[in-house]
Design a protein around this ligand. Structure first.
Ligand code: HEM
Ligand code: CA
Length: 341
């Protein structure tokens, strides 16, 4: 072992491990591991990355999110979704924030994404406090956590130290998942980013949807029965149709609270079991055996190992927030979030 490391020590300190006792050898090997771990950590994201360079970074983001939330609580779900839509296109690098023709922001899957003004506001406050230190990608990740916490959910520790990307192209958004996609395709797209079926089911578990994006499931969806998507519970169909009349105004946005828009719990999974999932892609998670098992574990079905939604959500989102991280000399720290420096 010591011989293997000898070449590393010689150039630095002229130390020949052969000439030293085994205790010192062990100490040197330990020292090397510590140095290597520090170097590796410096290259990645970590909790508290800004604790020395901008100690108030996290509290500035938190108070910004809080002040927007007070005047408009719907920024909370918007910021969570913004984080997802950023991470799934070129990694969590704030590429979604760039303004301009044919940027990600302009692509159809991102048209309903909101909350940009909160990120811009936090960035302005951070630049005033410690210019050029906190990336827009870090702000998105922190704001997503803070907004979930405002919805009375558990906290998680956000790894920071992301750098901002320098590319934003509408055509790259094909890696996002559409709300009509099959479970296989949803799984494939998540797996491409190292996220498994449990991460998929868990992360959509805080899905809030507006009926306007699902009205198509209610009329002429099939030629059999009531014409509605068969995966919707038949007793639920008239309720939904009342909110979404055929040939009614297509732009109507009815926020559908089938349980807990403002609470953070597992009621979403009960909705899937009862055929009350609003998005087609969500309801499909009940038809696939492997995703259904995970839904059932959240519901505490007997005979299955239970899962705690609050614990797992934090775990999965930290995995998500490390997708395609840019660190070290990659990317940049943007001065304003909507434009590359
Ligand atoms: C299978 C992948 C996903 C699909 C197909 C999908 C689809 C959608 C759609 C279509 C909407 C808009 C609903 C509407 O306005 O009517 C939406 C909203 C939302 N999504 Fe997803 N989503 C997915 C994954 C995720 C993930 C992973 C998260 C969280 C990390 C998330 C969080 C949200 C939130 C919080 C909203 C509400 C946003 C707001 O109020 O502005 N989604 N999603
Ligand atoms: Ca991105």
């Amino acid at each position: 072992m010591s011989e293997a490391f000898n070449f590393l020590f010689l150039p630095f300190w002229g130390v020949d491990l052969q000439e030293m006792g085994s205790k010192q050898n062990l100490f040197l090997v330990f020292l090397m591991i510590v140095i290597a771990a520090t170097l590796v950590q410096g290259q990645g994201t970590r909790v508290g990355f800004h604790s020395r360079t901008c100690p108030r970074a996290e509290s500035i983001v938190r108070s910004t999110v809080q002040s927007h939330f007070r005047s408009n609580p719907s920024v909370a779900p918007a910021l969570l979704r913004l984080h997802f839509h950023d991470c799934f296109v070129n990694g969590c690098d704030a590429s979604i924030l760039i303004d301009g023709p044919n940027t990600e922001k302009t692509a159809p899957p991102n048209l309903g994404v909101r909350g940009y003004e909160v990120i811009d506001d936090a960035k302005a406050r951070l630049e005033a406090e410690c210019p050029g230190v906190v990336s827009c990608a870090d702000i998105i990740a922190l704001a997503a956590r803070d907004s979930v916490v405002l919805a009375k959910a558990p906290n998680w520790r956000v790894p920071t130290g992301h750098r901002d990307g320098m590319v934003s192209s509408a055509s790259d958004t094909i890696t996002l998942v559409g709300f009509r996609e099959s479970v296989d395709s949803q799984k494939r797209k998540f797996a491409a980013f190292g996220l498994n079926t449990q991460d998929l089911v868990t992360l959509v578990g805080k899905h809030i949807s507006f009926l306007s994006s699902s009205c198509y499931r209610l009329y002429n969806f099939t030629t059999t029965g009531n014409g509605a998507d068969q995966s919707i519970h038949p007793a639920f169909v008239p309720q939904l149709r009342a909110l979404c009349p055929q040939n009614g105004e297509g732009t109507r946005r009815v926020e559908l609270d089938t349980g807990s828009v403002n609470r953070f719990d597992a009621s979403f999974f009960g909705n899937l079991r009862n055929g009350r999932g609003i998005l087609e892609s969500d309801q499909k998670l009940w038809t696939d055996a492997s995703s259904r098992t995970i839904v059932q574990r959240y519901l505490g079905v007997r005979g299955l190992r239970p899962l705690n939604f609050n614990v797992e959500f934090g775990r999965s989102i930290v995995k998500m927030s490390n997708i395609g991280v840019k660190t070290g000399s990659q990317g940049e720290i943007r001065r304003i979030c909507s434009a590359i420096n």
